[in-house]
Design a protein around this ligand. Structure first.
Ligand code: GDP
Ligand code: MG
Length: 366
């Protein structure tokens, strides 16, 4: 990626669980190996972010914007980039918006291009897709899904994508990949549809090359019904938990995470989970981290990063987004944690439905 005096600004959107954080780590490593300095920006409605813990574990500089999405906290986004610049002077910023957020072209890309165009070269908005979720939402496969207003957000994310990036291609046969790509091309007007496997580091260089070209940049944003968008967001319950777990003897931290995930899934069998993610950072010094993800109610709880050694306790973070009452999520998860046999010292528990998005700027055209 060629960089002049301006920093590049990459935004990797996509629904909850699509693989944004995984992809950002891989893109950051590729950029570093090309000799470029990278700064990362995470975003959430609340504090105690699993994503920040995962990215910091890789020693990249990370700033997090909490308490609202980029669109509604546009000035914080610019401040975050300035803060990163104080120490690192990144050539490339990579930002991960909230997975239930849309209207990023009108509320982030255009204002950045228009107001801060002398500082940032804004790359095409990539929208990352989990292929199993996409097959269901596009009617190519059966399976649990969300209610119509949540699906409205999903559709709008794809409608505004300048590049659609089908991730997790390792999960699909080439025929299913072809069918999904054809359906996405039929339904949406993105300038490019790419296929990658972020976890396996496949297709990342081609993606970076597309991000470096201006060809995919849009000049107008899709229309957005903010009432439907707000209703859709508020149907998703959010829960962030931060606590210390202590065991009386050494335990297998990976099993502990799996157990909490399984009991949570059972308690939430009647609702659709969008993303359940947890990190466990052991007290024992050594840079170890356990990371567990579940991206659909009927998916597999995966340890995307396993702990190397038994633990006696550690710092535990859990973020859950599911189409359900937040109080029900809170009770279910706290019960699931109680069942793990550790003593839990709670630092922070927050559960809520996101409020109506009110973007700082909204520009329909550039
Ligand atoms: N099979 C597969 N899983 C992936 C891939 N990329 C990410 N994942 C998994 O998808 C889950 C959600 O990833 P994450 O990056 O947290 O998604 P985000 O919510 O979009 O940031 C994790 O379990 C990842 O390991 C991929 O290329 N293939
Ligand atoms: Mg993420």
């Amino acid at each position: 990626m060629q960089v002049g005096t301006r920093s590049s600004y990459l935004m990797i959107g996509g629904f909850l669980g699509a693989g944004k954080t995984t992809a950002i780590l891989k893109l950051a490593r590729h950029l570093t190996s090309r000799g470029l300095r990278v700064g990362l920006i995470t975003n959430d409605q609340s504090i105690g972010l699993v994503d920040t813990a995962v990215l910091r574990n890789d020693a990249f500089p990370v700033e997090e914007i909490t308490g609202g999405c980029f669109c509604c906290r546009f000035n914080s986004l610019v401040e975050a980039s300035e803060k990163l610049s104080e120490n690192t002077r990144p050539d490339v910023f990579i930002a991960e918006p909230v997975g239930s957020c849309t209207d990023l072209i009108a509320a982030v890309s255009f204002p950045l291009r228009k107001i801060y165009g002398d500082q940032f070269r804004v790359s095409p908005l990539s929208v990352l897709v989990d292929p199993i979720r996409a097959e269901r939402l596009l009617g190519l496969a059966d399976g649990n899904s969300f209610s119509p207003k949540v699906r409205y957000i999903y559709g709008k994310q794809l409608e505004e994508a300048e590049l659609i990036v089908i991730n997790k291609c390792d999960l699909l046969s080439p025929e299913r990949q072809d069918r999904l790509e054809a359906a996405l091309r039929r339904s949406y007007s993105a300038r490019g549809v790419l296929r990658v496997s972020a976890r396996n580091d496949v297709g990342m260089d081609e993606w970076l090359d597309r991000l470096a070209s201006d060809e995919a940049l849009a000049d107008s944003a899709p229309e957005m019904d903010y009432e439907v968008y707000a209703d859709g967001e508020s149907l998703l319950g959010w829960l962030n938990v931060s606590m210390f777990l202590r065991a009386s003897t050494e335990v297998d931290g990976n099993e502990l995470l799996r157990g909490i995930a399984e009991r949570t899934r059972q308690a939430l069998s009647s609702v659709e989970i969008a993303h359940l993610k947890m990190t466990l950072i052991p007290d024992e010094d050594g840079g170890d981290i356990g990371v567990l993800n579940l991206v659909r109610s009927d998916g597999t709880a995966e340890l995307s990063h396993a702990l190397n050694a038994p633990i006696t306790g550690g710092e535990f973070l859990l973020n859950l987004r599911a189409e359900a009452d937040p109080e029900f999520l809170r009770q279910s998860v706290l019960d699931a944690i109680r069942g793990c046999g550790c003593e839990a010292e709670i630092r922070h528990v927050e559960h809520f439905r996101p409020g109506k998005p009110q973007p700082t700027y909204r520009m329909a055209h550039i």
